[in-house]
Design a protein around this ligand. Sequence first.
Ligand code: 5GP
Ligand code: ZN
Length: 140
Amino acid sequence: MKDQCIFCMIAEGTIPSVTIFEDDDFRVMMDINPASKGHCLIIPRKHFDNIYDLDHETAGKLFALATDIARALKEALGCDGMNLVQNNGEIAGQTVFHFHLHLIPRYAGDDVKVGWVPHKSDPDELKSICEAVSARLSSD
Ligand code: 5GP
Ligand code: ZN
């Protein structure tokens, strides 16, 4: 529990939320300002600022839970698609600094905006980025 963290307070139930699911590790709640019908958030009970902090065990359980929630949303709402969004850092749109995964159901003709402008790539730059990143991954 991190002091003054609104999602820690929601996770532990001090602040109420419209909760779809909860277990020992997670709470899944409706987003208070939804981008679309059914927009919800998966939050770990334990505080992690962002993805750089998240441990493998929590990350694995979280994504497994996301598959269940996504299927339940699709069945319940009949959405046409779904975006999973996870923002890290202010520049990336993070406003609550307790890790959370957005599930945003999509409907034909909706006004949700999730995206980027594709740029032409430089093959040498792709290769050097690839090498720099892969060199930092351990094999264990
Ligand atoms: P971020 O921009 O950090 O990726 O997403 C934060 C999300 O949390 C936003 O979609 C916002 O609507 C939602 N949110 C912020 N405060 C609350 C709250 O008190 N309750 C709920 N249910 N959602 C919240
Ligand atoms: Zn927190």
